[in-house]
Every structure is written in structure tokens, then in C-alpha cells.
Design a binder for this molecule. Structure first.
Ligand SMILES: Nc1ncnc2c1ncn2[C@@H]1O[C@H](COP(=O)(O)OP(=O)(O)O)[C@@H](O)[C@H]1O
Ligand SMILES: [Mg+2]
Length: 252
């Protein structure tokens, strides 16, 4: 469904992404995991066609993002790090506005509005002004805007950052539910986050892919390097892959 091929991004002389390739199959959740500054946002901004890569490309649902960015965008819902909300609009008004901007009108728009209202659990704040909403509800409205055009692919940049534990569980459940129908890529620097919801994990550090696969595959990779502790947690894997000097921690 998504095929990133050797994505490279230079900001001046700084290399933020260095030949990054990964694939996401249809439906399910791909977790993009890496410390701050790893290049996660850069990769997502390229996939969503907001940023033009220095080299490399990607296809989304078979559409090349560089050759046909408009068609690619139609297939993608994007929730950036900061949800693109208009704080003086009411939730209903805002979602209608976003739907219209996506070229949806009439009964189709009413249908989509009703669906996102229900799916994202924003009915309770439907007539509220966005500036009044808690961070948790802002993220829900952010997800609703990303889903308004019923995209096949959802790209979510740190969707749970800044939320309290209950709000995190709410958003996680929502993402899991959506992954039955959609291909989702989400980024985080929090290990437990990918462990909780991702089917596949891409670990990225300093603009390079460190490893990718299921948690079991990543653990197997670490073990093949001589680490023998059974039942490696993702934290163990992460430490072994990103902080080799501390790998003794996983031998105890
Ligand atoms: N517009 C920019 N100009 C220069 N450097 C940038 C720009 N955007 C990001 N960077 C740098 O690129 C690196 C990767 O950033 P980013 O993709 O935001 O990482 P992440 O989302 O994983 O924290 C960081 O070192 C960041 O400072
Ligand atoms: Mg980021």
C-alpha cells in the first residue's frame, strides 16, 4: 500500500533522511519509532507531499507521490504534529469546512460528517468552539479532519503526544479500530506506544533505518547478534539497536 523508496532529505548540508526505504501493507498499523530528531516528521511530510525530497520517492496505493501528488493526497489523511485546527470555529463548522475544501458536498458531505462524528467520538463537543476543547478532543477533531474524505491511508504524527493516560487509551483504541479498514502509519518516540498498537515497526535514528519488522522479528535480530535473553521487550530491542554500548543491560 505504501512503498517508500530510498527517501533522502537534505536541509542545506544537514542530512535529515538518508536513503530510507520501508513498506506498509494494506490495512494495519506501522509504527515509526525513533528519538527526537530522528527524521520521523520529515518522512511523514514527504509521504503526504508537503515536502519535496532531495532524492528518492514513494508510492501510495500505487500512485507515485512525486509524479501525481494530487492523486496521492486524495488517498491520504494526515494529522500533523500540531493539528491544523481553526480555534474560533465550532467543531461541526470546521469539519464541514474541511470537507468542502476536499471537494465533498451535499448528501455525501452530510454522510461523511455523520461518520466522522460517530467514529471519532466528537458528538459531545459538536457545537463547541475548538479553542474550548481539551487536548484529547482536539486530537479527536484532528483525526476527524484527516478522515473526512475517507482516505485509504492515515498518517499520524505523534498522535498521542501531550495527552493524559486516559486520553492516550481513547486515541489508541480509535486508531486500532480504524486500522481494520485503513493503512495507518504513526510516529512516536515512546516505546510502549508502538508495542501497544503497531503490527510492524520501523526504527529510525539520525535519518537512517536501524531495523524494521514485527516485534518478534526485531527481537530475533537482536538475538542473532548474540543476545540470548528470552522474551525481549521492545525496550530491550530498542536499547540493543540504538545504544549498542549499553547492550549489556539486556544480558542480565
Ligand atoms: N526545515 C528544517 N530545516 C533544517 N533542519 C530541519 C528542518 N526540519 C527538521 N530539521 C532537522 O532534521 C532533523 C529531523 O527532524 P524531524 O524530521 O522533525 O525529526 P523527528 O520528527 O523524528 O523528531 C532534526 O535534526 C531537525 O532539527
Ligand atoms: Mg517529529
Amino acid at each position: 500500500m505504501i512503498n517508500a523508496q530510498s527517501l533522502t532529505m537534505h536541509y542545506g548540508s544537514f542530512v535529515a533522511l538518508d536513503h530510507v526505504s520501508f513498506q506498509a501493507r494494506e490495512k494495519g498499523i506501522l509504527g515509526l519509532l525513533g528519538p527526537n530528531g530522528a527524521g520521523k516528521t520529515t518522512a511523514m511530510r514527504i509521504l503526504t507531499t508537503y515536502l519535496y525530497p532531495t532524492s528518492g520517492t514513494a508510492t501510495v496505493d500505487g500512485i507515485d507521490i512525486l509524479q501525481n501528488p494530487i492523486e496521492a493526497r486524495k488517498r491520504i489523511g494526515y494529522l500533523p504534529e500540531t493539528a491544523p485546527l481553526y480555534s474560533d470555529m465550532q467543531v461541526e463548522e470546521y469539519l464541514k469546512f474541511v470537507g468542502q475544501a476536499r471537494g465533498i458536498a451535499g448528501a455525501a458531505l452530510e454522510g461523511r460528517i455523520g461518520w466522522v462524528k460517530e467514529a471519532c467520538g466528537v458528538g459531545g463537543v459538536w457545537k463547541h468552539t475548538i479553542s474550548e476543547l481539551s487536548k484529547g478532543y482536539r486530537q479527536r477533531v484532528g483525526l476527524a479532519q484527516a478522515l473526512i474524505h475517507d482516505p485509504k491511508v492515515l498518517i499520524l504524527d505523534e498522535p498521542t503526544s501531550g495527552l493524559d493516560p486516559l486520553q492516550i487509551i481513547g486515541i489508541r483504541d480509535l486508531i486500532k479500530e480504524l486500522s481494520k479498514e485503513k493503512t495507518i502509519i504513526f510516529s512516536t518516540h515512546i516505546l510502549s506506544e508502538v508495542e501497544a498498537i503497531a503490527d510492524r515497526i520501523v526504527i529510525i535514528n539520525e535519518g537512517k533505518i536501524v531495523s524494521q519488522g514485527t516485534l518478534a522479528e526485531l527481537a530475533a535480530e537482536v538475538r542473532s547478534r548474540g543476545e540470548v535473553k528470552p522474551g525481549l521487550s521492545l525496550e530491550d530491542v530498542f536499547i540493543a539497536l540504538l545504544m549498542p554500548k549499553r547492550k549489556e543491560r539486556i544480558k542480565v
